[in-house]
Design a protein around this ligand. Structure first.
Ligand SMILES: *Cc1c(COP(=O)(O)O)cnc(C)c1O
Length: 363
């Protein structure tokens, strides 16, 4: 099979993966490494899987330059389970933490955390319709707060923290939609987490990186699966791990290492973002970005057209031209182009060309 049948997939997640990774998976599907079976048919206690699993843990650590004092965990339940699991593990029932509400995901993290801990809203972007991230001095840090939680990138609103606020207390970040798209300054964080299905691989896997000395910090009796210590003491193989997503993510991590690492992916992301925002800004206001320039996401680029009819036609005609999943999230409307780590710049150039043609035909 050739790749010519493949579309340009701008889906917000799950999303496009490197073709070379998909080809390797295909080639190994009937016989993984001479075992006579695929990896999804193997025992998770088999040597073949053990090498895949430990390799993925090691590659994540190396690629993200995770320091020795952090533990990397592979968990199920997506980023959504972490909204509750983080406070369960880091906060005693009477302790507090601040949550920055920058939109859908920052807000969800806060409302879920409230179910298990006495957390508070440290800033809300609601007044500005979630079109920017706050500055450090806008974020309220309460005396005794354990951490401040934020979403590094809001997948639906299309905003991100270009740098992380210096608050004098540790940060905890949901990095789901820009995970490993830029280097991480680990000194600022107690914990970061994200679902794999935006930047790193298939759905079904969350990666949590936590300071090892915080394990057991909350003193709570938790269901074993919810206690990070269960997974930390077993290399994330305390129970059957999500083998297939870990296997595919391992290949994506190897592909990222070979391509040059996080600095290279940061450059690629900036290039893709410059192309699309350039097309928006160069359209004399015909295409319009609703978000604050300094907060513009490099992963999820949202924009509007002069009216909703045109937006519907834009999505339909783009799909007919092989550019799919450009419809904005139903909660905000408009157009959203998600351009994650594996999105080739050629696909973005094709999109920008389509934007120019569509404008000429309709302006
Ligand atoms: C997609 C997403 C989530 C939800 O992830 P699940 O793995 O589906 O639970 C949470 N936070 C952010 C920033 C996301 O982009």
């Amino acid at each position: 099979m050739t790749t010519s049948t493949r579309v340009h997939n701008f889906c917000a997640g799950p999303c496009t993966l490197p073709v070379s990774v998909l080809e390797e998976v295909r080639d190994e599907m009937l016989d993984f490494g001479g075992t006579g079976m695929s990896i999804v048919e193997a025992s998770h206690r088999a040597d073949a899987y053990d090498a895949v699993h430990m390799g993925a843990l090691a590659d994540f650590r190396e690629l993200a330059s995770v320091p020795d004092e952090f533990t990397v965990l592979f968990l199920q339940g997506g980023a959504s389970l972490q909204f509750g699991q983080v406070p369960m593990n880091l906060l005693a029932p009477d302790e507090t933490a601040g949550y920055v509400d920058t939109g859908t995901w920052g807000g969800k993290a806060l409302s879920e955390a409230r179910l298990v801990a006495d957390v508070y809203e440290a800033w809300s972007g609601a007044e500005g319709s979630f079109t920017r991230v706050p500055t450090a001095d806008e974020i309220h840090v309460r005396d005794g707060a354990g951490f401040v939680h934020l979403a590094s990138n809001e997948t639906i609103g299309g905003i991100r923290f270009p740098d992380f606020p210096e608050l004098g207390i540790p940060l905890v970040a949901d990095m789901s939609s820009d995970f490993l798209s830029r280097p991480i300054d680990w000194g600022r964080f107690d914990l970061v987490y994200g679902g794999a299905q935006k930047n790193l691989g298939p759905a079904g896997l969350a990666v949590v990186v936590v300071r090892t000395d915080l394990l057991g910090r909350s003193g709570r009796d938790l269901v074993s699966y919810l206690d990070y210590r269960t997974h930390a003491s077993a290399d994330s193989m305390a129970n059957t791990p999500p083998m297939f997503p870990i296997y595919v993510m391992g290949k994506v991590l190897a592909w990222m290492k070979a391509a040059g690492g996080l600095g290279e992916f940061q450059r690629r992301a900036a290039r893709r973002a410059d192309l699309v925002y350039g097309a928006i800004d160069g359209s004399d206001g015909w295409y319009r970005s609703p978000v604050d320039v300094a907060s513009r996401s490099h992963m999820n680029i949202v924009f509007r057209l002069p009216d909703e009819d045109l937006e519907q036609r834009f999505v339909a005609e783009a799909a007919a031209a092989g550019l799919v999943n450009l419809k904005g999230h139903r909660s905000v409307g408009g157009i959203r182009a998600s351009v994650y780590n594996a999105m080739p710049v050629e696909s973005v150039e094709t999109l920008v060309g389509f934007m120019a043609d569509f404008r000429s035909a309709n302006a």
